[in-house]
Ligand binder design. Structure first.
Ligand code: JB2
Length: 221
């Protein structure tokens, strides 16, 4: 896959999303030497698809000095965007580089741009001139059409589809199988429910659902 580079890699998080990333790392030959960190002490000393779970985030600094140069934030849950950002910033501050992971069965146009830490999973398609921000998850089978822009920390869930020219803000969640029609804007920290069909712009922090999608509440704590 090239983009991940040659340094040993740290996966931050050992849950469901981490299993998907670990599987892809095996496929692209980056699993060897990689380790996993998780907040749950009872996972320490166990393994995730063959990758050792060596401890919690307090190890980030010492791993940096032991030949680990790259990381991926491997937490993807809908409540995790602030956490994904905090973990990303902490690792970068310690001098680690965010890897870019492209599943070998994904399709990324040559003219598309992938930000640091972005994760393009199996069967995802990123079409011409799309720009993907840092720490973004393009999950299984998602489609990001030409000229789309996806802001940092956002998650495009499995089989969601962004039609051409869509702009997605930062820390946005586009639910499983949702469709965003062409040229629409989805504001920062908005949530689009699974299966929704969005036909109008969505303001920041709105939660929308249904066909056509309508506001149902505000996002946030
Ligand atoms: O601060 C932390 C921290 N907080 C929670 N640091 C580290 N290193 N790990 C942390 N965690 C760990 O993240 C939890 O202890 C837990 O092991 C993991 C989150 O796992 P979970 O399976 O709950 O969520 P996920 O984000 O891996 O997966 C969700 O999002 C994916 C995109 C699920 O909804 C999946 O179904 C979905 N595909």
């Amino acid at each position: 896959m090239g983009e991940v580079g040659t340094n040993r890699l740290i996966l931050i998080g050992a849950g469901g999303h981490a299993r998907v990333l670990a599987d892809a790392l095996h496929l692209v030959g980056r699993a060897e030497g990689a380790v996993v960190l998780d907040a749950q002490a009872d996972l320490h000393g166990t393994a995730l698809l063959g990758l050792p779970i060596v401890g919690g985030d307090e190890l980030l600094a010492s791993l940096r000095g032991e030949g680990f140069g790259e990381f991926l934030v491997a937490i993807g849950g809908i409540r995790g965007f602030g956490l994904r950002r905090r973990l990303f910033d902490r690792a970068v501050q310690l001098g680690l580089r965010a890897a870019i992971l492209r599943h070998p069965a994904s399709v990324v146009a040559e003219s598309a741009v992938l930000g640091a830490g972005s994760q393009v999973l199996a069967s995802a398609v990123v079409n011409a001139c799309a720009e993907i921000g840092e720490n973004v998850i393009l999950n299984t089978g998602s489609i990001v059409e030409h000229d789309c822009w996806v802001g940092a920390d956002s998650h495009i869930a499995p089989r969601a589809c962004l039609a051409g020219g869509v702009r997605i803000g930062r820390q946005v969640h586009i639910g499983v199988g949702a469709t965003i029609c062409e040229n629409l804007r989805i504001g920062d920290r908005a949530i689009v429910g699974a299966g929704a069909v969005v036909i109008r712009d969505v303001p920041p922090e709105a939660v929308v659902a249904g066909v056509p999608a309508k506001a149902i509440r505000r996002s946030g704590p």
